[in-house]
Ligand binder design. Structure first.
Ligand SMILES: Nc1nc2c(ncn2[C@@H]2O[C@H](COP(=O)(O)OP(=O)(O)OP(=O)(O)O)[C@@H](O)[C@H]2O)c(=O)[nH]1
Ligand SMILES: [Mg+2]
Length: 292
């Protein structure tokens, strides 16, 4: 009989390259919210892949970026700390944009780990890029990652949306894991508490509907959970943003509410409230309260 393999895998990369979409695709169910806006993921999210031969804990992380706010610094810290003690690091880059300074820093960061985790690079969104561009990305990123002596890096063109190439990536992840126990119960797919999950679903729906600086100014928090009544507070930083989130005649909030309810257990009664909390993303007390 083959021994069970298990371990932890950090998924890192610049914002918006598709880390959360990739983790959702691998786990086969939505464990982390995704959106076209950068900095969607705000904390580590563990998604557990259970197979007969392996248990793999994928850690989705906030996109690494140059922080402009205390919130940004905390997002980077959350991503950075995921790299401690992992067996594998999956670095995600975007096939549709040249490998830039931000990507280079992520790759170098992964390579600098002393414990020597296996490093796999996923060139994501290949469904959006001509083959020539994908090859260019592979060349660019291997020029960065391949330059370190003694470290072997593998490369995988993937599409998190269509699933292309993802099986090969997962096979390489499992092959890189040591023999070990299951760390989580076999029926567990995520470590996110339900109230956090609902707050994230609300934010995900809002991010799909607002733009410019508003996405960064939104934070959601469930303040009451008396099933089936769930109350979720939406924080914004300015009065003008409150209007945007509510929408004309309350339309935006109504759409958000029904899209989130559709993803909750049947019978949920979701109440959404919008509150202005000035400059919350710059204030440590507010960030602490939000659990960020
Ligand atoms: N066409 C296509 N779109 C993708 C793919 N992967 C992700 N996306 C889209 O890219 C956007 C960003 O995806 P996310 O998964 O939220 O990206 P992320 O890296 O987790 O972003 P942050 O959490 O902000 O760091 C979303 O609109 C996704 O639908 C892909 O393989 N193909
Ligand atoms: Mg994400």
């Amino acid at each position: 009989m083959n021994e069970l393999r298990s371990g932890f895998v950090s998924v890192i990369g610049r914002p918006n390259v598709g880390k959360s979409t990739l983790v959702n695709r691998i786990i086969g169910t939505k464990v982390s919210i995704a959106s076209p806006r950068p900095n969607t993921t705000r904390s580590q999210v563990r998604g557990v892949l259970n197979r007969p031969d392996a248990q793999v804990v994928f850690v989705d992380t906030p996109g690494l970026h140059r922080p402009r706010t205390p919130l940004g610094e905390r997002l980077n810290d959350a991503a950075q700390s995921s790299l401690e003690d992992v067996d594998v690091i999956v670095v995600v880059v975007d096939a549709t944009a040249p490998v830039g300074k931000g990507d280079r820093m992520v790759v170098e960061n992964a390579l600098s780990r002393r414990a020597g985790p296996a490093i796999l690079v996923a060139v994501n969104k290949v469904d959006l890029a001509p083959r020539r561009d994908v090859l260019e990305r592979l060349a660019e990123v291997s020029a960065v990652a391949g330059a370190t002596p003694g470290v072997e890096v593998e490369y995988f063109p993937v599409s998190s949306t269509t699933g292309e190439g993802v099986d090969a990536l997962v096979a390489a992840v499992v092959a890189a894991l040591p023999p070990g126990p299951r760390y989580y119960p076999e029926d567990m797919v995520s470590d996110v508490p339900e109230a956090f999950w609902v707050a994230d679903l609300v934010r995900e729906q809002l991010l799909a509907r607002v733009k410019d600086e508003v996405p960064h100014s939104i934070a959601c928090r469930v303040t009451e959970w008396e099933w089936p009544r769930v109350r979720c507070e939406i924080l914004v930083e300015r009065d003008s943003q409150k209007g945007i989130v509510i929408g004309r005649g309350g339309e935006t909030l109504k759409q958000v509410g029904s899209a989130v309810r559709a993803q909750m257990a049947p019978g949920a009664y979701l109440e959404l409230f919008v509150r202005v909390e000035k400059r919350w993303q710059y204030r440590d007390d507010a960030l602490d309260r939000l659990g960020l």
